[in-house]
Design a protein around this ligand. Sequence first.
Ligand SMILES: [Zn+2]
Length: 429
Amino acid sequence: MTTVDRRTLLAGSAGLLLAACGGGSSDPKKTKGPNIVKPNAGTVVTAEDTAVIRKKLNAAVEARDIDQLLGVIDADDFALDDVRAWWTRRFDNFSRLDFITSEWYVGLPSGRTRNAAGGQVEYDGDLVFAHTVDGCDGQQVVETYRASFRKKSEDAPLELMHIGDPSERYLPAFWDVAKIDAIETKHAYIAFRTKDAARAKAYRDRIEKGAARAFSTMPRPKGVGKIFYALTWPEIDGRLYGGVAVGDADAHEYPHRFVDPAKLAAGQEKPTSEAGLPKATGRVGLHEASFRRSDFVEVAAHEGIHVLADQWNDGGDIAIWAIEGLATWGQAGSSTLMSRDGGRIRSFFRTFEKRALKEWKEFHEGGHEYEMYACAGAVYAYLEHDGGKGAVHKAAEAFYGASSREDAARKFGRSEKDLFAATRKWLGA
Ligand SMILES: [Zn+2]
């Protein structure tokens, strides 16, 4: 450290000390003698305080003990009945879904919550509950609950006064909407209402086959060897995990982007950025209509590919054709796609090019959805023909990891327009 730096630092510290005194003289010349002020004077919430609450919450979840959980919250909180209902169902389901591991995060509030006079501090923040479906999620999946905290005095313990509603951005999860159970296969967890157990068993081999196909098609994200499938029903189709999807498809994939749970509990939504780990995961909802489809294995594979592709999902604006094309390419493989749908692809491709360059609405609406998917799949079939599966994965990673479609073109090294034109040439369309 240079002298100048040191002097600046000392001057800065002095200023802080004076400011911390509060009141008194505004003229620093009148200060007599060394002015010793503990930097942490007054009531302040410490990491030790939040750790105590976190430990109690985690002990309750580990024991799956609803009374123990409610015992952590202020006994007069008006929302206790809601908390009881929500967590009673969860603990019941978690007791059957023993492949879920979970933990709470309690963050430190930002600095403004100090009470220098030593009186009460109250503040609102988010409680974060993080879980992993073992083998499905390379990192923890987060959800948040609005919460209120209080510390009565400098030496009093931190109290959890209220747990409020869960944020709709992350919830409800499948285990929040019914009594559920699950079957494990080599590449899948198949979760279902207990009343749908017979259907789950009847389709388990086909779901496993679809999941296995997804894994054979895609690079395996670190820590991932299974895909989570849920058998949904009309009332919840498209409404799970934050309701991100529309309700009229036969199946859905619901992405969960990995966010640092500790930072989220402190009020900052930061993506976790550890190299080599997947950036997001997903869950599949198989609607009742999917079970009537003759290509059910392909549906399971298609959605599974969406889940595995989320390993690259950086939360940017991903072209919808790039998402659906990848899954359509992989659900049956290039040769099946081209032998089955080659004619339709060739005759529709020029229309596809125009619509695919636009947005979600133009891709999905306006008819010929089947052809739109097939043509998008053909773009990846062209890439595979040209450079093997590695070229497909490289392209998908560029599209998924880009912040915008322009950024995707930069990352991929060619524009969507050029790629479509090259595919058209290959198709002879
Ligand atoms: Zn899809």
